[in-house]
Design a protein around this ligand. Structure first.
Ligand code: ZN
Length: 188
């Protein structure tokens, strides 16, 4: 059989050629390439599959990685100047706790997300807006919380892709606070 096969293939080629160029030349490659059929299958070891699964788990963000607990105090300060936001998070949550005792009217804090270059404008436009100190429908604002006083907490959640197109900051829009109460968001 083996010896006859090349001859048979050659005969078919000759026959096709003889029949004219318009007669189904597409059939020729299959006939001439029996050696390419059924290469020895290399079964993927089960070890590789589990290793891949472990790697996937390692890169997937956990809820803890996609949440940050921010604090504000009676001295008009947040407790950090930067918050790292993992790119692997679909959404990111910032919980703000006012650790002081002063009332919201005197030492109110919130957390607002906007481009760093828009921070002053957002804060200025929100200065006279009660009670949240954020202009209604301000499209520069990615997210903002309500205003809280001592002992109170609030929270914001935003879509991480929304802070991917530039430099973003978080800040407090209580009048006068953003000059001290601001920090950067860094995608990591
Ligand atoms: Zn504040």
């Amino acid at each position: 059989m083996k010896l006859h096969t090349p001859l048979l293939a050659a005969a078919i080629v000759l026959a096709l050629t003889a029949c004219g160029k318009s007669s189904e030349p597409a059939a020729t490659p299959d006939t001439l390439a029996p050696a390419e059929a059924a290469p020895a299958p290399e079964a993927a070891p089960a070890v590789d599959a589990s290793a891949t699964a472990a790697a996937t788990d390692a890169t997937a963000a956990t809820a803890d990685q996609c949440t940050f607990n921010l604090e504000g105090n009676d001295a008009m300060q947040y407790n950090v100047k930067n918050i790292d936001v993992p790119k692997s998070c679909t959404q990111f949550t910032i919980n703000l706790k006012h650790t002081g005792t002063m009332p919201v009217a005197a030492m109110g804090h919130n957390v607002v997300i906007a481009k760093t270059s828009d921070m002053n404008g957002v804060a200025a436009d929100g200065a006279t807006v009660q009670p949240d100190h954020v202009k209604a429908g301000d499209t520069r604002v990615v997210a903002h919380s309500g205003m809280v006083g001592g002992g109170q907490s609030t929270s914001i959640t935003f879509d991480v892709p929304k802070i991917a197109d530039g430099s973003y900051s978080f800040f407090c829009t209580f009048p006068g606070h953003s000059t001290m109460m601001h920090g950067t968001l860094t995608l990591v």
